[in-house]
Design a protein around this ligand. Sequence first.
Ligand code: SF4
Length: 225
Amino acid sequence: MQASTEHEPLILPNNGEKLLLHSCCAPCAGDIMEKLVESDIDYTIFFYNPNIHPEKEYLIRKEENIRFAKKLGVPFIDADYDRDNWFDRTKGLEEVPERGLRCTVCFDMRFERTALYAHEHGFPVISSTLGISRWKNMTQINSCGERAAARYPKLLYWTYNWRKKGGSARMIELSKREEFYQQEYCGCVYSLRDTNRWRLQNDRKRIKLGEMFYCNKCPKEKKSV
Ligand code: SF4
């Protein structure tokens, strides 16, 4: 079924005039970014993802997001890639499965930096593209976002459900239309390891970084380069 391309206008909470949107990648951000533009919401993308490993993958994901932000004319903040801090914070959680405590620590770290930037630069509202993925636990993401925003008295984390009203389906349609890079694991070295373990157990090949892209014209969902 084709997803609707019509968006109901969004209204920023907190009487906010502008939004700082933490973005994890272009496929998750794409539909949200278009929705916000169509709703005339003033927003800036904040790309802070020191979890992504290795650096080659990080740069590909970031460049895809920059490309789409330029296309829409949306400001893009390219924050630090302080992966040593990420490894420090997740030490001891290497074997925790996805959606567990390691992910809480990972979201906390990314949202804390987003909230700090918002506080220092006058953004009254923050949110994140992470919640649009059905692989993620939205309650976990929202509680991390709210915890980060609560550090500053006038800051709000917007818990809008980006999946609703066809958001998840449009995310795929838009990714095909834009032929975005298609990452095949969540991002960290442990998710890469666990996805490859699963693949080998299911007679599938290991992930090859930088090879898969969504494709508009291919019979299957994706093409490789
Ligand atoms: S699986 Fe994803 S959310 Fe969890 S720690 Fe790794 S990169 Fe972060």
